[in-house]
Design a protein around this ligand. Sequence first.
Ligand code: FSO
Ligand code: SF4
Length: 541
Amino acid sequence: MFCYQCQETAKGTGCEIRGVCGKTEDVAKLQDLLIYTLKGIADIVQKGKLEVSELADINHELLRSLFMTITNANFDGDAIEAQIRKMLSLRDNLRAKASVQDLHDAAVFKVDTREEMLEKAAGVGVLATKNEDIRSLREMMIYGLKGMAAYSEHALNIGKENVDIYKFMYKALASTLDDSLSADDLVALVLETGKHGVMAMALLDEANTSKYGSPEISKVNIGVRKNPAILISGHDLTDLEQLLEQTKGTGVDVYTHSEMLPAHYYPFFKKYDHLAGNYGNAWWKQIDEFESFKGPILFTTNCIVPPRKDEIRDRIFTTGSAGYPGSKHIVADENGKKDFSEIIEMAKKLPPPEEIESGAIIGGFAHNQVLALADKVVDAVKSGAIKKFFVMAGCDGRMKSREYYTEFAKALPEDTVILTAGCAKYRYNKLGLGDIGGIPRVLDAGQCNDSYSLAVIAMKLQEVFGLDDINKLPIAFNIAWYEQKAVIVLLALLYLGIKNIHLGPTLPGFLSPNVGKVLVEKFGIAGIGTVEDDIKLFMEQ
Ligand code: FSO
Ligand code: SF4
């Protein structure tokens, strides 16, 4: 196996025996074959000039397939094998209908057994592209597509989709099979990926706010009550809605976990009294926190950490693109309805969660809420009360070097404000950093996709201050990344013209030296240094 798609990749260069995330060699290979199958479908769509708006089933399964291969989403080899079979059958039907000539092997290969799949996968993974720069660009694009697919799937679950996103996905996937494309062609496609990332995030923002209202300043309890409870993790708000409806009046409370925390900011969810609070911290702390939670856990997406004990695995349920071998997977019926009764019955028999923290945290600073406070914010900047904003969005992770972000937040001058989104926030959202004239010093916009909100805020401030360049704003970008949704967020920010982004705790292993050089020269991308040096550098910029 070879996988280097996330920040925790072995030695910073690639996992070759087993994933640091816990992904087995077989699962890694099956994921590679699934991606290869998608490339084959894209080849048929592109060469056959097929009308993408007429491919609804395939479009939706394309999102699902890409999402299943995101870091920490699906560890279940059987589920991935089943998805390969489904996509091969869709591919073969499409090919029969389209009758296109000169198709790539990805569009015609045949496999039958799991052994044949694994054998085929060995020759079509990341390392099949020999030139390291071309490989780097192809993979960066694919990782961007994975992030884009995740956001598009959440929007689709709310009934919103954009055919231009699917069209681009086919174009980009097919381009990774085309050996005639130069590095420059691929750089252009990578930037186009960012453009479509903005579209996907805007679509999801529209879907979320049209269904659940605009996030507003909210206080979220981080302590516990005395009732038995279910913990819901991941990013899908429609799953949360269904769970809350089904637990109404059962005596079972629901707590959010990790990236589900921002659900509390939406007006729609405030009517559920049994939505009791947020339990725990970023994804990687689940090993201990699931133990003390006591009740069942529902994963709607990543990030799953392979549980150390069977007892915990048996309390884990997955749905959507998530999966874990031995944990029960809940499938939607043809109307998208999911039956969570087994989880609710399990919760009733288990003890209530054990308290690990108490008090409350504040969030809900997505674009609408911040723009409602725009006068106050602009005044604070003009008067010098706020010197600088720091966008510290992205992900958290296990590496010790991520302590940098807590130290950085603590060391920032008191006239600065942190704009955050994603699970990166858990490194500094409980530090009690105070406020500036009533504006909290940590403004949480929401999930990682709500980084879009931060870009909207920046663009609005650019307009208010009458600046010709977004980079002249007093905003610095110090982003933490982990998995592929962060890749699409980064590409989206680059597309929006944002320069000098610092990316850590380490630069991606999938950047070849030459591709890394392009990012540095064209966009001023940099890594992180020491807290002291970086703060000095940012404040002088
Ligand atoms: Fe985090 Fe995991 Fe949201 Fe990611 S929980 S790391 S970028 O899945 O998606 O921020
Ligand atoms: Fe390694 Fe990350 Fe790939 Fe897992 S997702 S196998 S940790 S590079």
